[in-house]
Design a binder for this molecule. Structure first.
Ligand SMILES: [Zn+2]
Length: 328
């Protein structure tokens, strides 16, 4: 989510299409369709998910090294400990592109840790320390309601509901990455974003950890959000994408989960695939009306609770629960 990302988005849009309209992409479902359980009741409380987003925003900006960051970390840790079978934390330090030494706290919550079949669900929980896409107060941190809190809020509510699905044969891991968004928007510094996921991917919380596939949520709360196929996901996770987009379509959420390629983004999933060799798709907001292709709120002070719609959180959360319920 920087200029290099924007460059990639533009490049891919330019390379793959003849115009700004996203190309339609056919994703072939090569997964097995047999042996799927009939529809089960999926509980996902959108009010609860919304409150989890708001609770994070109420801590103020969650910029690594600040009080809001530490308070939010303790809040997330206590929530995960109350629900998951095993919770791991990774506390390390990193130096940002602008030479600030920061604490980096990753949180990892395992459900059914002994199961060998596993799904990884992840999001970043930190927020950007400057509003460099805004027109004023650009040196002030953003609230990151959508860019940070939305994915975490959805996953906190998913964590509430996982055990009701009774999938004792399936392991689910929820990972919250720190320090995703303190990156160099000029693109001059390589790999300056995603410091928490880079660390986790190179230093897994337990040896030989792996998952069949993963789903990264980033900016999944905007009103009328639109999610397309992110290009690195399409290249490396094409076998699993239909599980998610198919679940969304079956639930009637194809107004959010659309059939087009949106360009490549150097998000946390990119580093997980590179270093931990786990295929992870990125579900991330797409706005055809902005140059960045993210929403107008992106990296501005407008990324507050007004950028969040419960209906979008609900569509994403219920889709994830259906993926967990159906995956064999
Ligand atoms: Zn961001």
């Amino acid at each position: 989510m920087n200029f290099s990302k924007l460059f990639l988005v533009s490049l891919l849009t330019f390379a793959c299409n003849n115009g700004p309209k996203p190309a339609s992409v056919e994703v072939v479902d090569t997964t097995r369709n047999e042996d799927k359980k009939p529809n089960i009741h999926l509980d996902f409380n959108e009010d609860s998910a919304y409150q989890y987003v708001k609770a994070q925003v109420d801590f103020g900006p969650r910029v690594p090294g600040t009080k809001g960051h530490l308070n939010c970390y303790n809040y997330l840790l206590s929530h995960l400990k109350s629900l998951a079978d095993t919770v791991y934390t990774q506390n390390t330090r990193a130096t940002t592109f602008n030479k600030v030494n920061i604490p980096v706290y990753n949180l990892i919550a395992e459900f059914n840790p002994k199961a060998s079949k596993r799904i990884l669900l992840c999001a970043h929980w930190d927020t950007r320390p400057f509003a460099d896409e805004d027109t004023k107060n650009t040196d002030q941190p953003i609230l990151g309601a959508n860019d940070g809190a939305s994915g975490v809020g959805v996953l906190l509510e998913v964590a509430n509901q996982i055990k009701k699905l009774n999938r004792t044969d399936l392991g689910v891991d929820i990972v919250f990455f720190d320090a995703e968004d303190w990156g160099d928007a000029s693109g001059a510094t390589q790999n300056s974003y995603c410091l928490g996921s880079q660390y986790w991917s190179k230093n897994l919380h337990r040896s030989n950890y792996t998952a069949d596939f993963g789903i990264l949520l980033d900016m999944v709360g905007a009103p009328n959000a639109m999610f397309g196929y992110e290009s690195y996901s399409l290249q490396h996770v094409s076998r699993y994408i239909p599980l998610v987009w198919g679940a969304a379509a079956q639930l009637g959420y194809d107004n959010y989960f659309k059939n087009f390629e949106r360009g490549g983004i150097l998000d946390d999933h990119y580093y997980i695939m590179q270093y931990a060799n786990i295929p992870v798709m990125d579900i991330i907001d797409f706005d055809p009306n902005t140059e960045s292709r993210f929403g107008k709120y992106w990296h501005t002070h407008q990324d507050n609770m007004d950028a969040i719609d419960k209906k979008t959180l609900n569509a994403v959360g219920r889709t994830l629960l259906k993926v967990i319920a159906d995956y064999r």
